[in-house]
Design a protein around this ligand. Structure first.
Ligand code: FES
Ligand code: FES
Length: 153
């Protein structure tokens, strides 16, 4: 495999990675950077647990080749808090008890953040539609949807 050097920003910090053609963004984030918020769930694009934002867009990092994010801004859940303050959406998740085992939570929060950036005043239908690729085994989804809707107010 041919390794190539790429430059990117991860949570606002410049990174230079040497990556092979088949290296995955999820693996590089977790194993190289120690950013374990994005989870390896299914590995085939079905669960959303590995969701990160690439240039502001939700991306399933288990399916993203690391070489393809050369020059991009990558945001993981670890980068969402600013100056030691949780993002208001993270607080809404806590307030609404939208976190149980937490496995899906980083992906859910980042999807919610992307939705609110795109549609600041979403309907419940918008939220459910946006989250349809993110699976949760624990919460029954209602508290997650409520957290996102509550946050917009
Ligand atoms: S681990 Fe990426 S979608 Fe499931
Ligand atoms: S909180 Fe456990 S999978 Fe969602």
């Amino acid at each position: 495999m041919t390794a190539r050097t790429i430059n990117l920003n991860v949570n606002g910090e410049h990174k230079e990675w040497s990556v092979a053609e088949n290296d995955l963004l999820l693996t590089e984030l977790r194993e190289r950077e120690g950013l374990t918020g994005a989870k390896y769930g299914c590995g085939i694009g079905e669960c959303g647990a590995c969701t990160v934002l690439v240039d502001g867009q939700p991306s399933l990092s288990c399916l993203v080749l690391a070489q393809s994010v050369d020059g991009c801004d990558v945001l993981t859940i670890e980068g969402l808090a600013r100056g030691g303050e949780l993002d208001p959406l993270q607080i809404a998740f806590l307030d609404q008890a939208a976190v149980q085992c937490g496995f899906c939570t980083p992906g859910m929060v980042l999807m919610g953040r992307a939705l609110l950036n795109e549609i600041p005043d979403p309907t419940e239908k918008d939220v459910r539609e946006f989250l349809k690729g993110n699976l949760c085994r624990c919460t029954g989804y209602s508290s997650i949807v409520r957290a996102i809707l509550t946050h917009r107010r």
